[in-house]
Design a protein around this ligand. Structure first.
Ligand SMILES: C[S@@+](CC[C@H](N)C(=O)[O-])C[C@H]1O[C@@H](n2cnc3c(N)ncnc32)[C@H](O)[C@@H]1O
Length: 188
Protein backbone atom coordinates (compact mmCIF):
# COMPACT_ATOMS: atom_id res chain seq x y z
CA UNK A 1 0.00 0.00 0.00
CA UNK A 2 2.98 2.31 0.36
CA UNK A 3 4.43 1.27 -3.02
CA UNK A 4 4.89 4.31 -5.29
CA UNK A 5 2.29 3.20 -7.88
CA UNK A 6 -0.45 3.56 -5.24
CA UNK A 7 0.32 7.28 -4.84
CA UNK A 8 -1.27 8.19 -8.18
CA UNK A 9 -4.52 6.41 -7.25
CA UNK A 10 -4.61 8.05 -3.83
CA UNK A 11 -4.02 11.50 -5.36
CA UNK A 12 -6.74 11.02 -8.00
CA UNK A 13 -9.21 9.75 -5.43
CA UNK A 14 -8.65 12.72 -3.14
CA UNK A 15 -8.60 15.38 -5.85
CA UNK A 16 -12.20 16.52 -5.31
CA UNK A 17 -12.65 16.30 -1.55
CA UNK A 18 -13.67 19.53 0.17
CA UNK A 19 -15.31 21.02 3.24
CA UNK A 20 -15.58 18.96 6.41
CA UNK A 21 -13.75 15.69 5.71
CA UNK A 22 -13.80 12.39 7.62
CA UNK A 23 -11.20 9.75 6.71
CA UNK A 24 -11.97 6.29 8.08
CA UNK A 25 -9.19 3.74 8.69
CA UNK A 26 -6.46 6.35 8.38
CA UNK A 27 -3.84 3.72 9.27
CA UNK A 28 -0.34 5.14 9.04
CA UNK A 29 -1.56 8.24 7.19
CA UNK A 30 -0.51 7.21 3.68
CA UNK A 31 -3.19 9.50 2.20
CA UNK A 32 -2.02 12.61 4.03
CA UNK A 33 0.55 13.76 1.45
CA UNK A 34 -2.04 13.36 -1.32
CA UNK A 35 -4.82 15.69 -0.16
CA UNK A 36 -5.22 18.74 -2.41
CA UNK A 37 -3.70 21.94 -1.06
CA UNK A 38 -7.11 23.54 -0.32
CA UNK A 39 -7.71 20.96 2.43
CA UNK A 40 -6.79 22.55 5.78
CA UNK A 41 -8.38 20.10 8.21
CA UNK A 42 -9.54 16.47 8.36
CA UNK A 43 -11.01 14.25 11.06
CA UNK A 44 -9.84 10.64 11.17
CA UNK A 45 -11.46 7.51 12.61
CA UNK A 46 -9.36 4.39 13.27
CA UNK A 47 -9.69 2.08 16.28
CA UNK A 48 -6.12 0.76 16.00
CA UNK A 49 -3.63 2.75 18.07
CA UNK A 50 -0.84 0.42 16.83
CA UNK A 51 -0.43 2.59 13.73
CA UNK A 52 0.23 5.67 15.83
CA UNK A 53 3.98 6.15 15.49
CA UNK A 54 4.10 6.36 11.69
CA UNK A 55 0.83 8.28 11.65
CA UNK A 56 2.23 10.82 14.11
CA UNK A 57 5.28 11.29 11.88
CA UNK A 58 3.08 11.91 8.82
CA UNK A 59 0.85 14.27 10.81
CA UNK A 60 3.97 16.21 11.82
CA UNK A 61 5.00 16.45 8.15
CA UNK A 62 1.67 17.77 6.84
CA UNK A 63 0.19 21.25 7.05
CA UNK A 64 -3.27 19.75 7.42
CA UNK A 65 -4.78 19.99 10.89
CA UNK A 66 -5.62 16.35 11.77
CA UNK A 67 -8.26 15.67 14.42
CA UNK A 68 -7.22 12.07 15.11
CA UNK A 69 -9.83 9.91 16.85
CA UNK A 70 -9.22 6.34 18.03
CA UNK A 71 -12.74 5.14 17.22
CA UNK A 72 -14.53 2.57 15.06
CA UNK A 73 -16.54 3.45 12.00
CA UNK A 74 -19.38 1.32 13.30
CA UNK A 75 -20.03 3.85 16.08
CA UNK A 76 -19.14 7.39 15.14
CA UNK A 77 -19.49 10.03 17.87
CA UNK A 78 -20.57 12.72 15.42
CA UNK A 79 -23.92 14.41 14.87
CA UNK A 80 -26.02 13.59 11.83
CA UNK A 81 -24.95 15.48 8.69
CA UNK A 82 -21.56 16.62 9.98
CA UNK A 83 -19.33 15.91 6.96
CA UNK A 84 -19.22 16.94 3.30
CA UNK A 85 -16.92 14.06 2.37
CA UNK A 86 -15.93 10.69 3.75
CA UNK A 87 -12.69 9.12 2.50
CA UNK A 88 -12.20 5.35 2.59
CA UNK A 89 -9.16 3.78 0.96
CA UNK A 90 -8.46 0.07 1.51
CA UNK A 91 -10.44 0.21 4.73
CA UNK A 92 -13.90 -1.32 4.24
CA UNK A 93 -12.20 -4.74 3.85
CA UNK A 94 -10.90 -4.46 7.44
CA UNK A 95 -14.08 -3.31 9.19
CA UNK A 96 -15.76 -6.12 11.14
CA UNK A 97 -19.35 -4.87 10.69
CA UNK A 98 -19.31 -3.15 7.31
CA UNK A 99 -23.08 -2.70 7.05
CA UNK A 100 -23.26 -0.92 10.38
CA UNK A 101 -20.30 1.24 9.39
CA UNK A 102 -21.97 2.13 6.07
CA UNK A 103 -25.08 3.18 8.00
CA UNK A 104 -22.92 5.44 10.14
CA UNK A 105 -21.13 6.95 7.13
CA UNK A 106 -24.49 7.71 5.52
CA UNK A 107 -25.77 9.24 8.77
CA UNK A 108 -22.83 11.61 9.27
CA UNK A 109 -22.79 12.75 5.63
CA UNK A 110 -24.55 16.01 4.82
CA UNK A 111 -27.20 15.98 2.06
CA UNK A 112 -25.30 15.79 -1.29
CA UNK A 113 -22.17 14.76 0.63
CA UNK A 114 -20.04 12.01 -0.89
CA UNK A 115 -18.05 8.94 0.11
CA UNK A 116 -14.85 8.83 -1.94
CA UNK A 117 -13.65 5.25 -2.03
CA UNK A 118 -10.74 3.22 -3.36
CA UNK A 119 -11.28 -0.34 -2.18
CA UNK A 120 -10.46 -3.89 -3.22
CA UNK A 121 -13.09 -6.61 -3.30
CA UNK A 122 -14.69 -9.62 -4.91
CA UNK A 123 -14.00 -10.06 -8.61
CA UNK A 124 -16.85 -10.65 -11.12
CA UNK A 125 -14.63 -13.30 -12.76
CA UNK A 126 -15.88 -16.62 -11.35
CA UNK A 127 -12.42 -18.24 -11.48
CA UNK A 128 -10.80 -15.42 -9.55
CA UNK A 129 -13.70 -15.20 -7.09
CA UNK A 130 -13.30 -18.92 -6.42
CA UNK A 131 -9.66 -18.36 -5.45
CA UNK A 132 -10.63 -15.33 -3.39
CA UNK A 133 -13.01 -17.54 -1.40
CA UNK A 134 -10.31 -20.18 -0.98
CA UNK A 135 -7.68 -17.72 0.17
CA UNK A 136 -9.86 -15.52 2.34
CA UNK A 137 -9.18 -17.30 5.65
CA UNK A 138 -5.43 -16.88 5.12
CA UNK A 139 -5.84 -13.22 4.24
CA UNK A 140 -8.02 -12.60 7.28
CA UNK A 141 -5.62 -14.39 9.60
CA UNK A 142 -2.43 -12.72 8.39
CA UNK A 143 -3.70 -9.29 7.29
CA UNK A 144 -5.50 -8.08 10.36
CA UNK A 145 -8.98 -9.30 9.41
CA UNK A 146 -8.86 -7.97 5.84
CA UNK A 147 -11.47 -9.68 3.62
CA UNK A 148 -11.02 -10.40 -0.08
CA UNK A 149 -14.77 -10.78 -0.51
CA UNK A 150 -16.20 -7.28 -0.10
CA UNK A 151 -19.01 -6.67 -2.59
CA UNK A 152 -18.97 -2.89 -2.61
CA UNK A 153 -22.06 -2.25 -4.80
CA UNK A 154 -24.06 -4.53 -2.50
CA UNK A 155 -22.70 -2.77 0.58
CA UNK A 156 -23.50 0.68 -0.82
CA UNK A 157 -26.99 -0.51 -1.73
CA UNK A 158 -27.75 -0.95 1.99
CA UNK A 159 -28.14 2.86 2.16
CA UNK A 160 -30.35 5.13 0.01
CA UNK A 161 -27.57 6.98 -1.83
CA UNK A 162 -28.85 9.36 -4.52
CA UNK A 163 -26.14 8.35 -6.99
CA UNK A 164 -23.20 5.98 -7.15
CA UNK A 165 -20.28 6.00 -9.58
CA UNK A 166 -17.91 3.05 -9.63
CA UNK A 167 -14.95 2.33 -11.84
CA UNK A 168 -13.51 -1.20 -11.66
CA UNK A 169 -10.05 -2.36 -12.61
CA UNK A 170 -7.28 -4.73 -11.57
CA UNK A 171 -4.51 -2.96 -9.69
CA UNK A 172 -1.12 -3.19 -11.35
CA UNK A 173 1.63 -5.26 -9.72
CA UNK A 174 -0.96 -7.00 -7.53
CA UNK A 175 -2.34 -10.56 -7.71
CA UNK A 176 -5.83 -10.52 -9.19
CA UNK A 177 -7.25 -12.13 -6.06
CA UNK A 178 -6.07 -9.12 -4.05
CA UNK A 179 -6.29 -6.34 -6.62
CA UNK A 180 -9.81 -6.14 -8.02
CA UNK A 181 -10.53 -2.48 -7.32
CA UNK A 182 -13.64 -0.41 -6.79
CA UNK A 183 -12.93 3.30 -7.19
CA UNK A 184 -15.52 6.04 -7.13
CA UNK A 185 -18.05 8.04 -5.16
CA UNK A 186 -21.45 7.56 -3.55
CA UNK A 187 -23.52 10.71 -3.11
CA UNK A 188 -26.19 11.13 -0.43
C1 LIG B 1 -5.40 -1.95 5.21
S1 LIG B 1 -5.40 -0.59 6.32
C2 LIG B 1 -5.61 0.80 5.22
C3 LIG B 1 -5.01 2.06 5.76
C4 LIG B 1 -5.23 3.33 4.90
N1 LIG B 1 -6.63 3.64 4.72
C5 LIG B 1 -4.54 3.25 3.57
O1 LIG B 1 -5.16 3.53 2.54
O2 LIG B 1 -3.34 2.95 3.54
C6 LIG B 1 -6.99 -0.76 7.07
C7 LIG B 1 -7.24 0.22 8.19
O3 LIG B 1 -8.59 0.08 8.66
C8 LIG B 1 -8.57 0.24 10.06
N2 LIG B 1 -9.80 -0.31 10.65
C9 LIG B 1 -10.05 -1.57 11.07
N3 LIG B 1 -11.28 -1.66 11.61
C10 LIG B 1 -11.80 -0.40 11.53
C11 LIG B 1 -13.06 0.15 11.94
N4 LIG B 1 -13.97 -0.59 12.53
N5 LIG B 1 -13.26 1.47 11.71
C12 LIG B 1 -12.31 2.25 11.10
N6 LIG B 1 -11.12 1.76 10.70
C13 LIG B 1 -10.88 0.46 10.91
C14 LIG B 1 -7.30 -0.49 10.48
O4 LIG B 1 -6.90 -0.16 11.80
C15 LIG B 1 -6.33 -0.01 9.42
O5 LIG B 1 -5.72 1.18 9.79
Amino acid sequence: MDKPFWAKYRREQLAHVHGEILEIGVGTGLNLPHYPTHVRKITTADPNPGMNKRLQRRIAETEINVDKRVISSEELPFDNETFDCVVSTLTLCSIPDREQAMGELFRVLRPSGRIHFLEHGISPDAKIAKWQRRLNWLQQRFSDGCSLLVDLPKLLATQPFASIEIDNFYMEQTPRTHGYMYRGTAQK
